[in-house]
Design a protein around this ligand. Structure first.
Ligand code: ATP
Ligand code: MG
Length: 423
């Protein structure tokens, strides 16, 4: 018989891994919550226009990576490749930003890009990201960056480097574009086919190419820092000094531009030395103008997105905690009815209780399962216990035993297994 397999570039996240995902997600909620962010959940698919306009039609994402299709009603839709355009679409649609409001959103969920699958790069992957809409001040760029670093550090993500740059503003861009196009034109034949196309459509994007041949040319190109307008220079300066006073170490990388069209002024990326080729765990920047282009009031914005799979690869290994507190074993098949009553009674009292006294499994087989479960407490229930209505809770690691009446068993198990219990 044919065996089905998950589609190339997608992965099952199995029960033995999901607990690590919960650590990352819970920590994001906790840390972002401290900074006043609230979660927003948008649909997995949107009208394709949301990304063509939002992400930008000269980006690699829109040109080569989108899962787009016509649905049965003839609508052009796209599985979201990134979180920012949908969040802005929702913000505008629901009129969430009124007057001088400052809105802080975070999101968490799957994204879809048709890329070449490899370690740390998938076609369905997961991002956790944030957006702040309504603040122009560079201090908020630093606040968002500082929050990202605090979160990654809390998770124990190894060997972090924060790279920071500015892509300037319109005035910067007018000057820099001229210098850049001239420098590229001289060495067009050394650039890859993609970059020759980018040279025409979006010359800044050439700086983002990872191919070694292009990297060599990029190293000789002029720096945007030589073309910065006074305003863009001042903004960058204030981001840096805010980060410095927050004690966040930064590497300024004058050639980092990031792969999205909408960035303006601040851009940043966080890499982990624990990863191989795909070492970027998080990236973001400022996108003033985007909300206006997507039909809203023209409020400024700044945010980042992180890749959950890469964070997990860069986090330290750790043992999962047992999922069961008390494992109840039936001495024989006749005792299994009582076992199920006991297990249910303990669950109702808030205890994580489990048994395998089903389908006539032997005591030996249940005992093995109890051991595998790592449950710290065990109870064996047989005819003698049932007749006396007295049961013994046994602590597995040191053999300590406590024998109690059936009527008190659930309450006592609850007390013994409460996390803070020092008994
Ligand atoms: P990269 O340079 O690695 O392609 P990117 O610049 O395309 O990353 P963004 O669009 O800014 O990345 O997304 C932010 C984060 O999402 C990245 O830093 C990375 O951790 C993660 N990410 C992006 N694409 C993928 C993917 N295909 N699979 C897994 N994670 C991804
Ligand atoms: Mg990419």
């Amino acid at each position: 018989m044919k065996e089905f397999r998950a589609i190339r570039g997608t992965r099952d996240i199995l029960p033995e891994e999901t607990w690590r995902w919960h650590i990352v997600e819970d920590s994001a909620r906790e840390v972002f919550g401290r900074y006043g962010f609230r979660e927003i959940r948008t649909p997995i698919f949107e009208a394709s226009e949301v990304f063509v306009k939002g992400t930008g039609d000269t980006t690699d994402i829109v040109q080569k990576e989108m899962y787009s299709f016509e649905d049965l009603g003839g609508n052009q839709v796209t599985l979201r490749p990134e979180g920012t355009p949908p969040v802005i679409r929702a913000h505008v649609e629901h009129r969430l930003g009124q007057g001088k409001s400052i809105d802080r959103y975070y999101y968490c969920g799957p994204m879809f890009r048709y890329e070449r699958p490899q370690k740390g790069r998938y076609r369905q992957f997961h991002q956790i990201g944030v957006e702040v809409l309504g603040v122009e001040a560079p201090e908020v760029d630093a606040e968002v960056i500082g929050m990202a670093m605090a979160w990654l550090q809390a998770l124990g993500v190894a060997d972090l480097t924060l790279r920071l740059n500015t892509v300037g503003d319109e005035e910067t861009w007018a000057a820099y574009r001229t210098a850049l196009v001239a420098a590229q034109a001289d060495r067009l034949d050394e650039l890859c086919a993609d970059c020759q196309r980018r040279h025409v459509t979006n010359p800044l994007r050439v700086l983002d190419c990872k191919k070694p041949g292009c990297q060599a040319v990029i190293a000789d190109m002029p720096s945007i820092h030589d073309s910065l307008s006074a305003e863009a220079g001042a903004h960058f300066h204030r981001v840096q000094s805010s980060l410095e006073s927050a004690g966040v170490p930064v590497v300024v990388d004058p050639r980092m531009v990031r792969g999205l069209d909408y960035y303006r002024l601040t851009v940043f990326e966080v890499a982990s030395g624990a990863l191989g080729a795909q070492d970027s765990v998080l990236g973001g920047g400022r996108y003033d103008g985007l909300v206006g282009r997507m039909g809203g009031d023209d409020v400024p914005g700044v945010g980042f997105a992180s890749g959950v799979e890469r964070i997990l690869l860069a986090m330290p290994e750790s043992e999962s905690a047992p999922i069961t507190d008390v494992f109840v074993v039936a001495f024989d098949e006749e005792s299994s009815g009582k076992v199920h009553d006991i297990v249910q009674g303990m669950r109702a009292a808030g205890v994580r209780a489990l048994t395998q006294a089903y389908d006539g499994r032997s005591k030996r087989s249940q005992g093995k399962a109890a051991h595998r479960s790592g449950a710290p407490w065990q109870i064996v229930v047989g005819p003698d216990e049932i007749a006396a209505d007295r049961y013994t809770l046994k602590r597995v690691d040191d053999g300590y035993e406590k024998t109690v009446e059936g009527g008190e068993l659930a309450a006592i198990a609850a007390r013994l297994t409460r996390p803070s219990n020092s008994d």
